[in-house]
Design a protein around this ligand. Structure first.
Ligand code: C2O
Length: 610
C-alpha cells in the first residue's frame, strides 16, 4: 500500500522510520501502532435478536419510516389537513419530549447483539410510584457541591462516596433510587425504552446519543444521581468524583474503582472490565479496538493531543462541539446529516470501549450503552465528560457559545429526583452552573492546551501527495462502502484565507450520511493531506489526523441501521501540514472496526461562521 497511513488492524512489522527533530512534540512521531489481538474476534458480529429477525444489511429495509430524506416536520405541516387536533396534538411541537417514563416505557429492543449471553437485563423500565410528573423547580439551597478528581482525593471523600454507593446497592431492587434502577436509566434512554409518543410519533424511538441532546441529558442524569447519593448518606455537600483522564495523573482507571483486595468488598469495583486495561495501564483516548505498542510517555502526549482536538480543533463551533439538531420526528435513520459532537464521538466513546470487557458477549459493562450504568466508573467518566462542557466554555474562544435554538432549549427528560418525585427537566435549565449548585475542582485549562500537534517541517514532506489511489468526489458512487482505505480529493471553498477570515469562519470537513450497524462497535479515522514521505507512519498524534468517528452499540429504530455525520475542523490542520494553498484536500478514511456495514453518502468541505 502506498499509503503511509497504517490501519491499526494490520500488524506493523517494521519500525516506523520517522525522523526525529528537536521539537518538543516530536516524540509523537515515533508512536507505533500495533495490533496484538486478532481484530476479527473483537469486532461485534450482529446476531439478530429473536424478536427482531430481519436483514439489516440492506438499505432498503427501513422499518416504518418510508421517506428518509424529507424533513418529517415539513411533511406533517403539508399534510396537516389529514390530522385532527385531537389525534396529532403535538405533531408541531418540535423539541424532543420524553413521555411518562413509568407508563410509556418498553423493553430495550435493540443495541444488544447477543441477548442470550447478555449479563445485564434488557428489561430497563423504571418502577412506577403512580405519581404524576411534576415540573422541576431548583431547590432553594446555598451549598455548592464540588466534584473532585478521582485520582487525587481525601480519605474522607472516598469513604463517603463508597458509603453512598453501598447504600444505593443495599436498597430494594425496585426502589427508584436503587443501584439497579439507576443503571437501567441509561439503558431505557439509549436502547429504545421510550418513543416520541408525546410528540405524536409513537413509532419513533428517542435516542439521547449522537446529537445535541448528549451533553444536557447526561448532565441531568448525573445531577439527580449525585443528589440521591447525597441524600442516602444525609450529606448535602456530597459531590461525585470525576475521572480526570485529561490530566496525565488521571490517565489510568482510578485506584478507588479498582482496589478490591484490601478491606471489605469495594462497592466501586466492577468485574466486567477489560483485564488488559486495569491499573497501571495508561488510557488510550483514541482507542480503536487495537492495542498500541508504545510507551506511557508517548501515549500521554497522544492523549493530550486528542483532548486538544476534541475541544479546540474539532469543537470550534457550537454544532461541531454539541452535535447536530435533533427534533421530534427525527428517527435514527432519517436525517443523514445529524452530526455527532466532537467529544461524544472522540474521547467519550473511546473510554467506554477501552474499559468494557471484550470477553463478554456485548462488551459489558462500559462497552455497550445498555450495560454502562452498571459500572460505577461510568458516572465518574461522565462527570469528566460533563466537565469538558465547562472547560470548553471557559476557554473563552469565539465560537464556544451555548446553544440557543428553542428546539434545544425546550427538549425535556423525565427522572426520579432525590425525593422519589417524577420531574420533567429541560435543557434550558441545565447550562447555568449557578443554578445547578455543583462545580468542578478544576474548571479551566489543562495540560492539553499546549498539545496542538506540532507543525510538520517542510523537509519531512514529499513535494506532493501521491495521487495514484486518490479518487475525485465525482468518481465515487454514493453510498460508498468503507471496507478499505478510501482516499478522495475534496474541493475547498477557499484557499489561503487570511487570519482575519479564519477568526470569523471555520473550515470544516463534513462526512454525511454515515450508516452503520447500531449493534456493532464502529470506528474509522480521518487523515487529511498526508504528505509525509514514503515509509513513514502518520499517527493519531500528528497534524494530519483529523479525528475519528466511533460508536458503541446502541439502538437504532427497531433495527440496527443507524445514521450519523461527523465534522472535522480543518483550519489549524491545513496550517500545520503546510497545505493552506492547496485547491483540494486529500482525505483518507481509514476503517478500523465494524467496516463491513459502514457506508457514507457525502463528503464535502464548508465554511462555517463562528
Ligand atoms: Cu450515554 Cu457515555 O453514554
Amino acid at each position: 500500500m502506498s499509503s503511509s497511513i497504517l490501519p491499526t488492524t494490520s500488524p506493523l512489522t517494521s519500525k516506523p522510520t520517522t525522523k526525529l527533530t528537536n521539537t518538543p512534540f516530536i516524540s509523537n512521531r515515533t508512536l507505533a501502532i500495533k495490533t496484538r489481538t486478532n481484530q476479527t474476534h473483537r469486532s461485534i458480529i450482529c446476531n439478530h435478536s429473536p424478536d427482531n429477525n430481519h436483514n439489516h444489511n440492506s438499505n432498503h429495509s427501513h422499518p416504518k419510516l418510508i421517506i428518509p430524506n424529507i424533513d418529517r416536520r415539513n411533511l406533517l405541516v403539508g399534510l396537516g389537513g389529514l390530522y385532527t387536533a385531537t389525534n396529532m396534538p403535538a405533531a408541531l411541537a418540535d423539541p424532543i419530549t420524553t413521555p411518562d417514563i413509568t407508563s410509556s416505557c418498553k423493553e430495550a429492543n435493540s443495541g444488544i447483539k447477543d441477548i442470550e449471553n447478555a449479563v445485564r437485563t434488557r428489561k430497563c423500565c423504571p418502577p412506577s410510584t403512580k405519581k404524576p410528573i411534576k415540573s422541576f423547580v431548583f431547590p432553594n439551597e446555598k451549598t455548592v457541591r464540588v466534584r473532585w478528581p478521582a485520582h487525587s482525593r481525601s480519605k474522607d471523600q472516598v469513604e463517603k462516596y463508597k458509603k453512598a454507593i453501598q447504600a444505593m446497592q443495599d436498597l430494594p431492587e425496585d426502589h427508584p433510587h436503587s443501584f439497579l434502577q439507576q443503571a437501567k436509566i441509561h439503558c431505557a434512554y439509549c436502547n429504545g425504552g421510550y418513543t416520541q409518543v408525546d410528540n405524536g410519533f409513537p413509532d419513533i424511538d428517542i435516542q439521547i446519543h449522537n446529537s445535541w441532546l448528549f451533553f444536557p441529558y447526561h448532565r441531568w442524569y448525573l445531577y439527580f444521581y449525585e443528589r440521591i447519593l447525597g441524600k442516602l448518606i444525609n450529606d448535602p455537600t456530597f459531590a461525585l468524583p470525576y475521572w480526570n483522564w485529561d490530566n496525565p495523573a488521571g490517565m489510568t482507571i482510578p485506584e478507588i474503582f479498582h482496589d478490591n483486595k484490601t478491606g471489605p468488598p469495594n462497592p466501586l469495583f466492577d468485574i466486567y472490565r477489560d483485564a488488559r486495561h486495569l491499573p497501571p495501564q495508561t488510557v488510550d483516548l483514541d482507542f480503536g479496538g487495537g492495542e498500541r505498542d508504545t510507551t506511557r510517555e508517548i501515549q500521554i502526549a497522544c492523549n493530550l493531543s486528542t483532548i486538544y482536538r476534541d475541544l479546540v480543533r474539532n469543537g470550534a463551533d457550537t454544532t461541531s462541539f454539541f452535535g447536530g439538531k435533533y427534533v421530534a420526528g427525527d428517527a435514527p435513520v432519517a436525517n443523514g446529516d445529524k452530526s455527532v459532537g466532537s467529544v461524544e464521538a472522540g474521547c467519550h466513546i473511546a473510554m467506554h470501549r477501552w474499559v468494557g470487557d471484550p470477553t463478554q458477549a456485548n462488551f459489558e459493562d462500559m462497552g455497550n450503552l445498555y450495560s454502562s450504568g452498571y459500572d460505577p466508573l461510568f458516572y465518574a467518566h461522565h462527570s469528566n465528560v460533563d466537565r469538558m462542557w465547562t472547560l470548553w466554555k471557559n476557554l473563552g474562544i469565539k465560537g464556544h457559545t451555548e446553544l440557543t435554538d428553542p428546539d434545544w432549549l425546550n427538549a425535556s427528560y423525565v427522572f426520579y429526583d432525590e425525593n422519589e418525585e417524577l420531574v420533567r427537566v429541560y435543557n434550558k435549565d441545565c447550562f447555568k452552573m449557578e443554578n445547578l449548585k455543583y462545580k468542578y475542582l478544576e474548571e479551566t485549562g489543562g495540560p492539553w492546551l499546549k498539545s496542538r500537534p506540532a507543525r510538520r517541517s517542510k523537509n519531512s514532506q514529499a513535494a506532493s501527495i501521491s495521487t495514484a489511489d486518490v479518487k475525485t468526489v465525482d468518481q465515487l458512487k454514493f453510498p460508498v462502502t468503507l471496507d478499505a482505505v478510501l482516499k478522495v480529493q475534496v474541493k475547498r471553498p477557499a484557499v489561503n484565507r487570511s487570519a482575519d477570515e479564519k477568526a470569523k469562519v471555520n473550515e470544516v470537513l463534513l462526512i454525511n450520511g454515515i450508516r452503520f450497524d447500531g449493534e456493532k462497535y464502529v470506528k474509522f479515522d480521518v487523515f487529511v493531506n498526508d504528505k509525509v514521505k514514503e515509509g513513514e507512519v502518520v499517527t493519531p498524534c500528528d497534524p494530519e489526523y483529523a479525528g475519528g468517528f466511533a460508536q458503541i452499540p446502541h439502538s437504532g429504530m427497531n433495527k440496527m441501521l443507524m445514521s450519523s455525520a461527523a465534522r472535522f475542523g480543518l483550519t489549524e490542520l491545513l496550517e500545520d501540514t503546510n497545505t493552506e494553498e492547496d485547491e483540494y484536500a486529500v482525505v483518507a478514511l481509514v476503517p478500523r472496526v465494524g467496516r463491513d456495514d459502514l457506508t457514507i453518502s457525502d463528503i464535502k468541505i464548508e465554511l462555517v461562521p463562528i
